[in-house]
Design a protein around this ligand. Sequence first.
Ligand SMILES: Cc1cc2nc3c(=O)[nH]c(=O)nc-3n(C[C@H](O)[C@H](O)[C@H](O)COP(=O)(O)OP(=O)(O)OC[C@H]3O[C@@H](n4cnc5c(N)ncnc54)[C@H](O)[C@@H]3O)c2cc1C
Length: 452
Amino acid sequence: MSKIIVVGGNHAGTAAVNTILENYPGNEVVVIEANTNTSFLGCGMAMWIGNQTVGAPESLFYSSPEKLGAAGAKVLVCTEVTDIDFENKTVTYAPSERATADSPGASGTESYDKLILSTGSLPIIPNLPGKDLENVQQVKLYQDAQVVIDKLDANPDLKHITVVGAGYIGVELAEAFKRHGKEVAMVDIAPTCLAGYYDAEFSALMADNMKEHGIDCKFGQGVEAILGDTKVTGIRTSEEEFATDMVILAIGFRPNNALGKDRLELFRNGAYLVNKNQQTSDPDVFAVGDCATVYDNAIKDTNYIALATNAVRSGIVAAHNACGTPLESAGVQGSNGICIFGFKLVSTGITLAKAEKFGIEALATDFEDYQKPGFIEENEKVKIRIVYEKSSRRILGMQCASTYDMSSLNHMFSLAIQEGITIDKLKLLDIFFLPHFNQPYNYITMAALGAE
Ligand SMILES: Cc1cc2nc3c(=O)[nH]c(=O)nc-3n(C[C@H](O)[C@H](O)[C@H](O)COP(=O)(O)OP(=O)(O)OC[C@H]3O[C@@H](n4cnc5c(N)ncnc54)[C@H](O)[C@@H]3O)c2cc1C
């Protein structure tokens, strides 16, 4: 029987705790969480802001401190771990800034046999003039979204909103504010949106979709200052100055390594460097989720990819290892998807542009067709790109765009990348056909057959 302390109780921490409690009932588990809650689906935040959710905000939580407690964990919320003594294997904690009279948090020191760090990530706040003005917001926590929603409800004069950063969070938020009836501008220094996940041919389709829905896309512009005396009144970019009433900073996240940065080995961006067992450079300390690295099967190397799905799986892996069952992560492909005003993009693995960045010589094969045969009335076009390594011909990535829900395709390509399948293996793969779903000459086969 071991005592395991889990620091941080969101996706990664909750997955670790549940795995330990379900599979290793003899262990003592302590979860320490600085916030008031656990397991918040931040992924639903934009939909909450955009009035697209049922029963929010409660429905955005899939567990709770009470549920974890009932399952057998000791749960301390509104409590922040302030120090870890890695030599003597103790953690020290104190009430966090979220502590209230009703939920006062706790202070003390506890010893551990194994420690799981699931402290997540923090929004990157650029050091811009005006960044501390009223109505400059960030969106990471449940409370952040609540503040934005309260402000929108209380101030109808907040008419124009600028989202800085056109990654997947920025793009989702731009849609949310538009659905809220606001005028929306989106600024990014990159020449397009979603540049990290899609090649230009695909991100351009999303940019067109955003523009068609009235979002003012200001790409290729760096923000230089947020303007105003006390409140935001405008924004200045490298290209122009314009009036705006609220600025949302969504330029990315950095791993929250505050507790172990001076003691544990770090990746180049500061994430805890872990092996496939989620073990850090201290064998009794595991790191999971957004604060840790992943093994990226597309580039066959360590990488940093912050996603809730990676967080959950890494929490499961760490839990088994912490309880004495050796289990290796299968690695990840960064599989992701996005749906904006009904237009969908999914991708897994790396793009052609990223392959070049990583020094991998790669080729791409594209195909576009209707999802179903011509005689089917409701039919939508689908565009696919498969990226593969020139020398080995192994599949490195896939991108797909459509108004049709083709998202389950992503899973197959994710597995193909994980297992090192070549583009040639895909050419004659048995892909079923039924007119309700697809075509006998379907776009997967056709793209593969078209590979050089
Ligand atoms: C708006 C938005 C949309 C997103 N959409 C998606 C999506 O659609 N799909 C997807 O896969 N991912 C999405 N993500 C990313 C996903 O939310 C993160 O990858 C995920 O939250 C990581 O989980 P985590 O548990 O590792 O870290 P976090 O969620 O960052 O949680 C870390 C926890 O640790 C606690 N903590 C930190 N330090 C301490 C301390 N010293 N003491 C005690 N507690 C501490 C924090 O309070 C926090 O609760 C989205 C993120 C955002 C912000």
